[in-house]
Design a binder for this molecule. Structure first.
Ligand SMILES: [Zn+2]
Length: 270
């Protein structure tokens, strides 16, 4: 079994294991018994182990993280539970439980992306939920048609989250900036290809390039050097470049938007 594989006792026996070899593997730590008749390899992700122990799978933000969708990954483990299941075990304090009476088919590890996104719309702040939907669209995990299914699964007050999704943004920080630009009524185009520069995250007011770092960690020297080259090329092509770090978007959005407004005013008055 690899790191994320969950197997039942019946499946192990069908695959050639014996009752004795299973017992020995559990004793030696090669596999872990998560609950009665359900096993995982010793390297099993702790969040997955928790979800399966409780009797469910990763749901909501935790499922999205497991599926590679952008989300704020820090926080409690979210577990999706099937309301029809007969045995649900006690969850550790702080675990967020999401009950579904008719869950869409996911994997043994994680909920279906549509179910996970529907729960995320309830659980996450507005911008983060939109960012997760954008990311799932961008990754091809859901289609535009699925947005209607997602919307129908939500109460009316939460459907505006889905309405604001736009699969063109490549990362969560781009989505968060996109929403702020839209709310401020500032005209922009995402993902613009500029000859000699490449594809930039946003062009605002026709002359301002905004690039947004998608991750909290610091870029390598090589990447930083490439960014300088791109900024130089964009300036040569007549653009003003504003480069925002992950922290600028996530934690200093008001100050970042004030900078954008100042640049827009500068461009419009020149
Ligand atoms: Zn949740």
């Amino acid at each position: 079994m690899n790191e994320t594989t969950i197997a039942t006792r019946t499946e192990l026996l069908a695959a050639g294991w014996t009752a004795r070899s299973i017992t020995e593997a559990v004793r030696s730590g090669a596999i872990v018994r998560l609950r009665n008749g359900v096993y995982a390899s010793a390297g099993c992700d702790p969040s997955v182990a928790l979800a399966v122990r409780v009797g469910g799978v990763l749901g909501c933000a935790s499922a999205l993280t497991a599926l590679g969708v952008w989300t704020q990954s820090r926080g409690p483990v979210h577990v999706q539970l099937d309301g029809r299941a007969s045995r649900i075990r006690r969850a550790p304090h702080g675990t967020v439980l999401h009950w579904h009476t008719a869950p869409l088919p996911g994997t043994r590890v994680a909920a279906h992306p549509i179910d996970a996104l529907a729960d995320a719309c309830h659980c996450l702040p507005f911008e983060f939920a939109v960012a997760s939907i954008d990311s799932a669209l961008n990754l091809g995990l859901i289609s535009r048609t699925d947005l209607e299914v997602l919307s129908a699964a939500l109460p009316r007050r939460l459907r505006r989250i889905v309405a604001r999704a736009d699969g063109r943004c490549m990362s969560g920080t781009e989505t968060i900036l996109r929403l702020a630009l839209e709310d401020a009524g500032i005209a922009f185009v995402p993902q613009v290809r500029i000859p000699g520069v490449g594809t930039v995250d946003f062009v605002v007011a026709g002359r301002i390039v905004i690039e947004v770092d998608s991750h909290a960690w610091h870029d390598s020297d090589e990447a930083t050097s490439r960014d300088y080259d791109r900024d130089l090329a964009a300036a040569r092509a007549g653009y003003i470049v504003l480069r925002l770090r992950y922290e600028h978007v996530m934690f200093q959005l008001d100050a970042s938007m004030a900078a954008v407004r100042s640049l827009v005013a500068l461009v419009q008055n020149s």
